[in-house]
Design a protein around this ligand. Structure first.
Ligand SMILES: *Cc1c(COP(=O)(O)O)cnc(C)c1O
Length: 370
């Protein structure tokens, strides 16, 4: 059997262990320390736009804290992109709020601006103004930031930008993760860079960052004993893990280039013109976290997925939309059928930055048999 090809495995750059060793040498084995501070600073420099970054234990934690900081609470409604990973939506439930799912547009596969406005108007008519919008740059492709943020502004609804899959992506040279009222990054094991597990919340100012860190470290008031006037969370990033992050950030640009090259390789070498790819709209720059290919039917997609599996190659259907998930089936949704079609006919191909040209040829070989 040929060597297993994974969908998106971790890819260390080389200096991660040096920073982890520093943490051991100085005994900063805690959810604070120099690696955490430096990792945050480097992320702030990388993202630009004078943003502030709080390093956390996961991207999910960052979404949860965004909702708390926006005052989302029991009974509130939150509009959320349906075509996404469940972690975008779960924190809405943590807050006792109600998600309402918005379908995708064809141009970016992300939140459809028309459906979003229909949903907002519908909720306003019901006397219920949504408390927040969660929009996602899925697979690294930016959502239509111009239109989505214009709607947020028009109806005065804050936007949480789920940039978990889009570190390094841009719109008109501006980094994804700098558009939202709050923005979210993830460093989980399968993301474009990883700290094994981790995330970050990006805020517009230092006060919000401090609030996030306060909540992420058990909400301890200023007193010699442990005094609490808020419910806190244990969401801060560990100094060990942040060391991995520092090493990974040094190679981020390289990782983006490699993933984009993977995409171009697939596009060039997959011969069947019935297999299509998502192109970048003008001014859009995707990190191509995962290369996704659309096939003519569910049947063909499954055939190819199983053939790849037989060749020891991991692939995966696109995310199953939240409005089709059993756990969310009672939630209101505004759909146009697009994300369901993407789910039924799309396949994510191995896209890791450590993949070799030989392996890419192996994968393309299977696809070109059809
Ligand atoms: C990975 C991911 C998250 C959650 O990040 P974690 O760090 O795994 O908690 C949220 N949203 C999307 C779109 C993701 O892909």
């Amino acid at each position: 059997m040929s060597r297993k090809i994974w969908l998106s495995p971790p890819h260390m750059g080389g200096s991660e262990q040096k920073y982890v060793q520093e943490a051991f040498d100085t005994n900063w084995v805690a959810p604070l320390g120099p690696n955490v501070n430096e990792f945050e600073k480097s992320l702030e420099n990388y993202q630009g736009q004078k943003k502030h970054v709080a390093a956390l234990s996961s991207g999910t934690a960052a979404i949860h804290l965004s909702l708390i900081l926006l005052g989302v609470t029991k009974g509130d409604e939150v509009l959320c992109q349906s075509f996404t990973f469940s972690a975008s939506a779960n924190p809405i439930i943590y807050q006792g709020a109600t998600p309402i799912f918005i379908d995708s547009e064809l141009e970016t596969w992300n939140m459809c601006p028309e459906q979003l406005e229909i949903a907002i108007l519908n909720r306003l008519k019901n006397g219920k103004k949504p408390k927040a919008i969660i929009a996602v740059h899925l697979y690294g492709m930016p959502y239509n930031v111009t239109k989505i943020h214009a709607l947020g502004k028009k109806y005065e609804i804050p936007i949480i930008e789920d940039s978990a899959e889009a570190l390094g992506s841009m719109v008109n040279e501006r980094k994804c993760g700098t558009f939202g009222d709050f923005s979210v990054l993830s460093f989980n094991g399968n993301k474009i860079i990883t700290t094994s597990g981790g995330g970050a919340l990006i805020t517009k100012n230092e006060v919000e960052k401090e609030k996030a860190i306060f909540l992420a470290t058990q909400a301890r008031d200023n007193a010699p004993h442990y005094e609490h006037s808020n419910i806190g969370y244990n969401y801060r990033m560990s100094n060990i893990v942040a060391g991995i992050g520092r090493g990974q950030l040094e190679v981020l640009e390289n990782r983006v280039m490699t993933r984009r090259n993977n995409f171009n390789f697939y596009k060039k070498h997959i011969k069947n013109s019935d297999f299509t790819f998502l192109e970048e709209p003008d001014g859009y720059y995707s990190n191509r976290w995962l290369t996704c290919v659309l096939m003519p039917s569910f049947k063909i997609r499954e055939k190819i997925r199983l053939s790849l599996e037989q060749e020891n190659i991991e692939s995966r259907p696109l995310w199953k939309p939240m409005h089709l998930q059993p756990i969310f089936k009672k939630c209101l949704n505004f759909s146009n059928g697009i994300s369901e079609k993407l789910f039924n006919t799309g396949l994510c191909l191995p896209s890791g930055s450590s993949i070799t040209e030989n392996e890419l040829h192996r994968i393309v070989g299977v696809l070109n048999c059809f």
